[in-house]
Design a protein. Structure first.
Length: 240
């Protein structure tokens, strides 16, 4: 039995050695990146370093920014190059409401509605701002503060002519002409309950499509016939 036990020990040792030499395998879990569908559901604001408004930084949008209010069904589209200061919070209130914080996206919509300044619609603009903050994930505390702030002090900033401003981020020193005549309403269409809104945006729909600039046609080539052209053809030497 001794030799058997010894053989078993040798065999076990050999197997352990082989196991130690064998290639170890590790399971690696590779996260699958979600497919990103191009859309304009998220604006890309560009800061204007050389411009400010009452001490607040100004931004311009590099793409149009659509939003649908679920209560009214209004599809509100902020055009690209529109200039916004996000939440219009004075310096002494920025410790509570950060102008570039969670309320920023809803503030773009609110700024646009205030810029249009539809008569007797300021309350509706503020209510849309409130619901947009909720939709964009702003907590109830900051939503309440921001809403009460615009209700209490926003009247003086409603419909200001100077807020109708557009700047191409590639040329920040030049104010661009407005892409269209100032509308009387902030809604470009109505979709009850916002049904089909997301599908509309993901389809590539644009409220304000870029104007197609056709290449300039070259001027027509004209040939002038001189009185002696027919006479030159009769010369014995070749015309140079």
């Amino acid at each position: 039995m001794t030799w058997r036990r010894g053989a078993a020990l040798v065999l076990a040792g050999a197997m352990m050695a082989l196991a130690g030499c064998a290639e170890k395998t590790t399971t690696v879990y590779v996260p699958v990146a979600p497919k990103v569908v191009p859309s304009s559901l998220t604006p890309q604001p560009v800061i204007l370093f050389n411009r400010s408004k009452e001490g607040r930084k100004l931004f311009t949008l590099n793409e149009e920014f659509p939003y649908c209010d679920p209560v009214t069904g209004y599809v509100i589209v902020v055009p690209k190059w529109y200039v916004t200061d996000f939440a219009s919070v004075p310096w002494y209130g920025q410790g509570v409401i950060d102008p570039q914080g969670p309320t920023a996206r809803a503030a773009i919509i609110h700024d646009w509605l205030y810029t249009i300044g539809q008569p007797n619609m300021r309350l509706q603009a503020d209510d849309i701002f409130y619901r947009a903050m909720i939709a964009f994930g702003v907590d109830q505390f900051h939503t309440g503060i921001a809403y009460n702030a615009v209700r209490a002090g926003g009247e003086g900033g409603y419909g200001l002519k100077g807020d109708w401003l557009f700047i191409d981020p590639a040329r920040p020193d030049v104010s661009q002409p407005a892409p269209f005549v100032k509308p009387i309403s902030g809604a470009v269409r109505v979709m009850p309950g916002c049904r089909g809104f997301r599908e509309l945006i993901l389809s590539g729909w644009k409220a304000y499509p870029d104007k197609v600039v056709l290449p300039a046609a070259p001027p027509p080539v004209t040939t002038t016939k001189m009185p002696y052209d027919d006479l030159v053809k009769k010369f014995p030497w070749k015309k140079k």
